[in-house]
Design a protein around this ligand. Structure first.
Ligand SMILES: *Cc1c(COP(=O)(O)O)cnc(C)c1O
Length: 386
């Protein structure tokens, strides 16, 4: 049987249409977007058209989109540059379940004088809005709360979070890398000041992303990369035109197929969840309803998540224990610990994330392989009694 990929939260393949859109920008239309000649103008035009596409998809203005090298960089720019440029306020509020790009940036800033509040989440991993309100002081500069979690797929009510921030005159940043093109995003309606996006999670190329910075916030953000003044002086460096064109193409396709893809993934996800929960002493992590269309994350008592991932890999099924970044370390996931799981249970987690091209047949196959894998591993566990 062909290999089955169920790790779309880690990355996705570049769509064929995306690759086709990118190819001319390597060896034919290779101009530098800052050159005055025809080559340069051609590149500039592609750059600005891509900016319009991405802006349009989130109800932003083109000049509010800054191209970056990906989600990690966007998170870094948003948090660091806001902090370094507005030293009169030093308090940042975030949550315990953020991506490492946000958490480790906040930890770094703590060494630079920032005070950081890490909000708790409930057992379904939802932020408590009253706790957020109570945490805001006159020193609070920024609230950074992710839209959807990369490990367990929980979707936060960012519109309400944004509204609280607006009312208290605090800037709101959200990491929307996982939710982009899976949840509807409208930066105006949802009161978002800054937002991180990445291309490779939506069938675009790796190494490209964007940071949305609302018009009124832009002057509060300092220069991240000093140089020739590209990207409105915030992030210098010759633009990655092929990557940016690919990113915009991926967005165009994802917006066009939004309903179709998400409906399909949601149906398969529900079948997957239903099937997996038939395995004894198995639990779903995250919120039962407020979760991404493609995410399923489980705890299998008495087995290690790594063990399951290896066994699935042997059978040609690609899965993950948590986030791709933390799966190499043997520390239990900070997200699962924040939900209140015991460390030994947090070790037994498995993340399966669907893509638009997965099929019912694949899901049926995975269910069979998975229940066998769990059974075998449990037989070898001293804690498991049949
Ligand atoms: C993947 C991911 C990132 C990092 O994006 P890169 O483009 O890989 O740097 C950041 N945040 C979340 C929630 C992610 O899932």
């Amino acid at each position: 049987m062909k290999r089955i990929y169920l790790d779309h939260a880690a990355t996705t393949p570049v769509a064929k249409e995306v690759l086709a859109a990118m190819l001319p920008y390597f060896s034919e239309k290779y101009g530098n977007a800052n050159s005055l000649h025809a080559y340069g103008r051609e590149a500039k035009q592609a750059l600005e058209k891509s900016r319009e596409t991405i802006a349009g998809s989130i109800n932003a203005l083109p000049e509010e989109i800054i191209f970056t090298s990906g989600g990690t960089e966007s998170d870094n720019i948003a948090i660091k540059e806001l902090f370094f440029t507005n030293r009169e306020k030093n308090h940042i509020i975030t949550s315990k379940i953020e991506h490492d790009a946000v958490l480790n940036t906040c930890k770094f800033l703590e060494n630079m004088g920032a005070k950081v509040t890490y909000l708790d989440v409930d057992k379904y991993s939802i932020i408590n809005l009253d706790q957020l309100k109570n945490a805001i002081t006159e020193k609070t500069l920024l609230v950074s709360i992710m839209h959807a979690n990369n490990e367990i797929g929980t979707v936060q009510d960012i519109e309400k979070i944004g509204k609280i921030c607006r009312e208290r005159n605090v800037i709101f940043h959200t990491d929307a890398v996982q939710s982009y093109c899976k949840e509807r995003i409208d930066v105006k309606k949802q009161n978002i000041d800054m937002m991180s996006l990445s291309a490779h999670k939506i069938y675009g190329p790796k190494g490209v992303g964007a940071l949305y910075v609302g018009k009124g916030i832009k002057k509060k953000i300092g220069t991240f990369l000093h140089g020739g003044g590209h990207e409105f002086g915030l992030r210098s460096g010759t633009e990655n035109i092929a990557g940016i064109v690919g990113f915009a193409k991926a967005v165009e396709i994802a917006q066009r197929d939004f309903e179709k893809n998400n409906k399909k993934m949601r149906t398969l996800r529900d079948e997957l969840i239903k099937g997996v929960l038939k395995i004894p002493e198995t639990f779903l992590n995250g919120h039962p309803a407020k979760r991404l269309s493609n995410n399923a994350n489980f705890i299998f008592k008495y087995v290690e998540g790594e063990g399951i991932v290896m066994k699935l890999d042997d059978k040609g099924v690609a899965a993950s224990t948590g986030s791709a970044c933390s799966s190499k370390s043997l520390k239990p996931s900070h997200v699962l610990l924040a939900l209140g799981l015991k460390p030994e249970d947090a070790h037994g987690s498995l993340r399966l994330t669907l893509g638009k091209d997965n099929t019912k047949k694949e899901i049926d196959h995975v269910l069979a392989v998975l229940s066998k894998a769990v059974e075998e591993l449990r037989k070898a566990s001293p804690f498991w009694r049949k």
